[in-house]
Design a protein around this ligand. Structure first.
Ligand code: GN1
Ligand code: MG
Length: 364
């Protein structure tokens, strides 16, 4: 979108001064994010929210407002702050899609990291989010995306994509390329595990908590100078869920130094030292809050989030890339993501016992 248009949109929000510059931030597969500079020297984050994915944007902003207010009241200064529009009826959303938030100065994010110290901090960030929201009534939140981490439903959606009646050349070609990975993902030994977490939530073995649900490494903000964590960002999918999801998603993206869509599979190495670093950080904060049953599920949570994301990338590939943003310079981008994630799943399966052992060590 043109700079002039973006500056015009920025002016709709109640901010002192005038917007003078705007640039696209390449991040996230769903929303479009921009950094806007004002003549006051302050910076803000402008986002175009994808309402095909988030059709209930007002409920979504309500969820975020409730959660961030709760965190602020606890005295934590580094929480996200959204800005309302100007005029008689100020709102968090302008023209159905746009929203604005403060940019938190002197911070950075990582798509992947080599550093064990940063990983440990990432674990703390995820643990701390749970700690901050301890006592928040999860039932007051709106379910923004139905069955978001209900993995059996993700498997069902993959089956629907596989069995789709649509039969054009592009689909046939994609299906052929995807075949070995489809077989891998639909192997009974994997599909039969899809309900391990959800069944325990349903029968009350583990508690329903407020969860972030998208705790990939790139959604954690770190201090530029010290690399200490600041807070989690991208609060769109905050919903009732399980803490096991948030732990698992952190591990999925942190356990290897390779990015989610690494094309050179030899660079993907699921490193138990990295698992240990994240776990250590996470449990240093959650140790006295997490239940024994949740603790036992952490290793499977790491596997589950990787498996679930892979079924979603695969379904989107077969459906013709209708959900996730894809980079046109990377042919078959969603399949590239699948291949990288399948590699992680394989290595996680090999390391399951080691992961369990480590959790025991830090959870005692
Ligand atoms: C999407 O919001 P973003 O682009 O960070 C997705 C997550 C996936 C992730 C995979 C609403 O996250 O669930 O885990 O991509 N968000 C939604 O990178 O579907
Ligand atoms: Mg997100």
């Amino acid at each position: 979108m043109k700079k002039e248009k973006l500056l015009e949109i920025s002016k709709k929000f109640n901010i002192e001064g005038n917007p003078i510059n705007v640039k696209l931030i390449e991040s996230g597969h769903i929303n479009k994010t921009y950094l806007v500079e004002y003549d006051t020297g302050k910076k803000y984050i402008l986002q175009y929210v994808n309402t095909k994915v988030f059709s209930n944007i007002r409920e979504l902003m309500n969820n975020i407002e409730k959660v961030t207010e709760f965190i602020k009241k606890k005295g934590n200064s580094t929480s996200l702050n959204f800005i309302k529009t100007k005029g008689k009826n100020p709102e968090y959303i302008y023209d159905n899609n746009w929203r604005m938030q403060d940019f938190i100065e002197n911070t950075k994010t990582y798509i992947s990291t080599e550093s064990m110290q940063i990983l440990e901090e990432a674990g703390k960030a995820v643990g701390d989010f749970q700690k901050e929201l301890d006592g928040f009534d999860a039932s007051t939140l709106y379910e923004i995306i139905e069955k978001f981490h209900y993995t059996p439903n993700r498997v069902k959606q993959l089956m629907e994509a596989i069995n789709s009646k649509e039969n054009n050349e592009k689909r046939k070609e994609r299906f052929e390329k995807a075949k070995p990975y489809i077989e891998f993902l639909t192997d009974k030994k994997r599909t039969s595990r899809a309900d391990i977490i959800t069944s325990k939530l349903e029968n009350g073995t583990i508690p329903l908590r407020v969860t972030h649900n998208d705790t990939k490494l790139s959604n954690i903000l770190f201090c530029k100078d010290t690399n200490k964590y600041k807070c989690l960002i991208d609060l769109d999918t905050i919903m009732p869920g399980s803490i096991v999801y948030d732990f698992g998603e952190g591990i999925r993206t942190g356990v290897t130094t390779a990015p989610e869509d690494e094309q050179d599979l030899s660079k993907i190495y699921v490193d138990m030292e990295r698992f240990e670093a994240f776990t250590k950080g996470f449990l240093s904060i959650m140790k006295n809050t997490i239940t024994k049953e949740e603790l036992d599920l952490l290793p499977i949570g790491a596997w589950m989030m990787t498996y679930e994301n892979t079924t979603r990338f695969m379904a989107d590939y077969l459906n013709g890339d209708t959900y996730y943003a894809v980079n046109k310079d990377i042919p078959d981008h969603n399949l590239v993501r699948v291949k990288a994630q399948v590699e992680i799943i394989k290595q996680m399966e090999e390391n399951e016992e080691k992961m369990k052992g480590m959790i025991k060590q830090y959870g005692l």
